[in-house]
Ligand binder design. Structure first.
Ligand SMILES: *Cc1c(COP(=O)(O)O)cnc(C)c1O
Length: 370
């Protein structure tokens, strides 16, 4: 280490090991604005009622309600949860991150599945814990592999359901099996960022587990189906001792005046959420059908329960070439070499017109690549 390096503040070794979170891009490398299908935002925008409420939010010179009381009470009504068992965060990202900090530290292990959400590694390292990655089963979560990776040091297990970036879904029976076999003192965090896109009959049972056990936290967000990624609100629910601990270390005033007003109105407009789910299910099915014709080109969309599809490029057309080709045509998608998926392109389900254009472009590129 150079003398100059020693003469300035040094990050802890576990912080120095973190690679910053890579957000989905919104413009091309030349700065040209592109149609953004890289961050799983809602192509239908936001509920008009929520937009109207945003205009009438508390004036910005005043601090917001520190406890997000109105949103928690509306969430409690909607989901049948005692609002005292709900905590809001600056996006679910804040809550996912502090969950590791609260329950793990140096010498402890934080476990998640391969191709899990990239924030889990950052959350684990940030508190000095060791990230441990369990093998996947054809890109989905493998409960047996997760359980086999549990050690005496395991303190937190993260599972996104549906998972980002794969779109894979862990069924209720499998999730229950994972929970039942985990030691009682291991925290299971079920990240349901895309839960509103899952058909109600396919519910994974995580909210019921959070309500009936002492070691499960469920995290949800307004960023996806509610179309409010820019307002930065997420929430967690679980047993009161878990919520109480996270409450001590969250940011004070962690949801803004405008976020509180907007999310409250968005919760009241469940028609918008339902419309978003149905639009997504229909367009995702149409898109996957269109891609099925490209199977002989080694193009394989993974089954998805979310508002995106991870497409694997295992033939002449590579993931990188597909990414660049779509960008040239005006679409920014998410190529994932940094997550061990150089052959994978994650594409958010957009409008019907956008999905038709992308399917046609992929076909054209695949045929040209032969
Ligand atoms: C988008 C996403 C979130 C939500 O992040 P916010 O901080 O609430 O915007 C959480 N988990 C996963 C897996 C996601 O894809």
């Amino acid at each position: 280490m150079s003398v100059e390096m020693q003469n300035c503040p040094q990050p802890k070794s576990w912080i120095a090991a973190i690679h910053a979170y890579v957000p989905g891009k919104s413009s091309g490398d030349d700065g040209r604005p592109l149609i953004k299908l890289s961050a799983n935002e809602n192509p239908l925008g936001t509920s008009p009622a929520a937009l109207a409420a945003r205009e009438n939010a508390q004036i910005p010179s005043l601090y917001p309600d520190p406890d997000s009381t109105a949103i928690r009470s509306a969430l409690g009504k909607l989901h049948g949860i005692d609002p005292a068992h709900i905590l809001c965060g600056t996006g679910s990202g804040e809550l996912l991150t502090i969950a590791a900090s609260a329950f793990a530290g140096p010498g402890d292990e934080v476990l998640y599945v391969r191709y899990g959400f990239s924030l889990y590694e950052i959350a684990a390292r940030r508190c000095g814990a060791t990230p441990v990655v369990a093998a996947d089963a054809d890109y989905g979560a493998d409960v047996d592999a997760l359980l086999a990776a549990v050690t005496e040091q395991t303190r937190v297990v993260y599972l996104a359901n549906p998972n980002n970036p794969t779109g894979s879904f862990t069924r209720k029976t499998e999730l229950a099996r994972l929970h039942a076999a985990l030691p009682r003192d291991v925290l299971l965090v079920v990240d349901q960022a895309y839960a509103e896109y899952v058909a109600p009959e396919d519910d994974d049972g995580a909210l019921a587990l959070a309500a009936s056990t002492d070691n499960v936290l469920v995290m949800r967000t307004f960023s996806k189906a509610y179309g409010l990624a820019g307002e930065r609100v997420g929430w967690a629910t679980g047993a009161p001792p878990l919520i109480e601990v996270l409450n001590r270390i969250r940011g004070p005033f962690n949801t803004s005046n405008s976020a509180q007003a907007t999310c409250l109105a968005a919760l009241a407009d469940q028609d918008f959420v339902e419309h978003s789910r149905l639009h997504n299910a229909a367009e995702r099915a149409r898109f996957v059908d269109a891609l099925a014709a490209l199977g002989n080109h080694g193009i394989r969309p993974l089954p998805s329960q979310a508002n995106f599809v991870l497409i694997l490029f295992e033939g002449a057309l590579t993931g990188e070439a597909a990414y660049n080709g779509l960008a040239e045509r005006g679409y920014i998608t998410r190529w994932l070499p940094g997550q061990g998926l150089p052959h994978g392109l994650r594409i958010t389900i957009g409008t019907a017109e956008q999905m038709d254009a992308i399917a046609a472009a992929l076909r054209e590129m695949a045929e040209a690549a032969k």
